[in-house]
Design a protein. Structure first.
Length: 465
């Protein structure tokens, strides 16, 4: 419904008796608020009541009507209509409407992003003592948005809002105190997080959970307290807290392991699109933890996590494509996801790219490119890639043959626990390649490799008792 009929109706009202002073629209707004906060909420009823009061140009009703349009409460989201309603209320000096206009200009909701206009409206709202405007001005200052960055002044604005129990300001002061933006003060941080959490701020409750789970400075871990705060945040609909509850129950961190409860929390968070939870849910389906194994669902959730740019999911999704798990085998798709993972610095993905070039999986065979990717992965510390690179130098595949370089990479790989590299060091001792021939050392390395599970080493020992 357009606001134009409301404006035309308002124009016919007697000027001598401003409608917004009447107790009738105030009653309508009170009833609308009650409908909006009922259990369950009735936003459509609230919207109808706000519209009746807004037709009389009752300022609080105009602001609430703008909020309904902005947040799709009882009506389709329409930032243009929200802006009109807020503007009408702001013209009557409503501080909440002024602040909300600032937010619309800051975030580009129905209007182009304009930080100067955002700051203007925040200032006007702050001059009328709107606590959230203090918070929003502080945010601009803290991040240097449209104004020079000034942590000290940001803190002062946050403090003004915190004095009025504005929860976001309390959270941000706590965060600044925790990380030491101006000075580190763990006691102040916990105090302000607690105040904000008691005002139903889920970010603060979640942060208290993180602090209790991990400890802060000299404060010990407190898993029962962490569970409490994560539940508070989760009950307020905050997905990261749900994921954290899943992690605690799934790993048995201070509580008995309970995969079923962990799965339940991960599922709640995943249904809200939380990337960590999507990944964890995939792990549960892949491994059959508390649910039947289901590679198709595992693939579905790995893909959902990867599409939300969750880096750990890139390689799992690529492996599923490469191996045909839960999806038809698709080497080209696997290669694309390995490339995305490699760009994030993932050493395993770099190794798999090298292997793809070596074997021609989804791409033309290219031993030089394979060796180059093995080198990238090896330099990043992947023991398997170090062995493959050593093998490339030992055989002269994609690089010039060089036994000394091969041995150096085998030694690095063996130090990382790779049994195949241990076997190759044994062979070098046995053959006298790149170091003096030494059968005693060769046996020692075969024994190390066999103990680590290398089949070739086990066979050699069986043939050389």
């Amino acid at each position: 419904m357009s606001l134009l009929p409301l404006i035309l109706l308002a124009a016919t009202l007697p000027a001598a008796t401003p409608a917004f002073t009447s107790p009738v629209p105030a009653d309508l707004v009170a009833r609308g608020d009650a409908a909006l906060h009922a259990t369950p909420p009735d936003p459509a009823a609230a919207l109808a009541l706000y519209r009746q009061a807004a037709a009389q140009l009752y300022t609080p009703a105009l602001t609430r009507l703008g909020w309904c349009y902005a947040h799709a409460a009882g009506v389709a989201q329409d930032y243009h209509q929200a802006f009109i309603a807020y503007r009408m209320a702001a013209d009557r000096n409503d501080p909440v409407a002024l602040n909300n206009l600032g937010l619309m200009h800051e975030n580009g909701q129905g209007v182009p992003v304009d930080l100067d206009k955002a700051r203007h409206f925040f200032v006007q709202a702050a001059l009328r003592h709107e606590p959230r405007a203090y918070t929003n001005l502080a945010y601009l200052l803290a991040h240097g948005l449209g104004t020079p960055q000034d942590a000290q002044l940001a803190h002062e604005f946050y403090a003004m809002a915190a004095d009025a129990d504005e929860p976001t300001a309390l959270y941000n002061i706590a965060r600044m105190a925790e990380i030491g933006t101006l000075s580190k003060n763990p006691t102040l941080a916990i105090d302000h997080y607690t105040r904000a959490a008691q005002l139903n701020d889920p970010f603060a409750a979640n942060r208290l959970g993180v602090i209790d789970e991990n400890g802060l400075d000299d404060a010990p871990k407190d898993i029962p307290a962490a569970l409490h705060w994560f539940r508070v945040a989760a009950d307020a609909g905050y997905p990261p807290a749900m994921n954290s509850l899943g992690y605690i129950y799934g790993t048995g961190e201070g509580v008995p392991v309970d995969y079923a409860q962990a799965f339940s929390w991960y599922k709640r968070a995943a249904d809200l699109g939380q990337p960590d939870a999507l990944f964890n849910l995939a792990l549960y389906y892949e491994n059959g933890w508390s649910v039947p194994k289901d590679e198709t669902l595992a693939f579905h959730y790995y893909r959902a996590a990867a599409e939300k740019d969750y880096h750990a999911a890139f390689t799992r999704l690529a492996d599923f494509y490469a191996d045909g798990q839960g999806v038809d085998k698709d080497p080209a798709a696997a290669l694309e996801w390995y490339k995305r993972a490699a760009k994030t610095g993932d050493a395993y993905a770099m190794f798999r790219l090298g292997y793809a070039y070596e074997t021609g999986a989804g791409i033309p065979k290219n031993l030089a490119a394979a060796a180059a990717w093995y080198r990238e992965s090896a330099d990043a510390g992947d023991a398997t890639a170090q062995w493959f690179l050593g093998t490339a130098y030992a055989q002269g595949e994609g690089v010039a043959k060089d036994d000394q370089t091969a041995l150096a990479w085998f030694q690095k790989s063996a130090a990382g626990g790779d049994p195949a590299a241990m076997t190759d060091i044994a062979r070098f001792y046995e053959q006298g390649r790149a170091l003096p021939k030494d059968l005693a050392q060769a046996r020692t390395w075969y024994q190390k490799a066999a103990a680590a599970g290398d089949h070739d080493a086990q066979q050699w020992l069986a043939q050389h008792p």
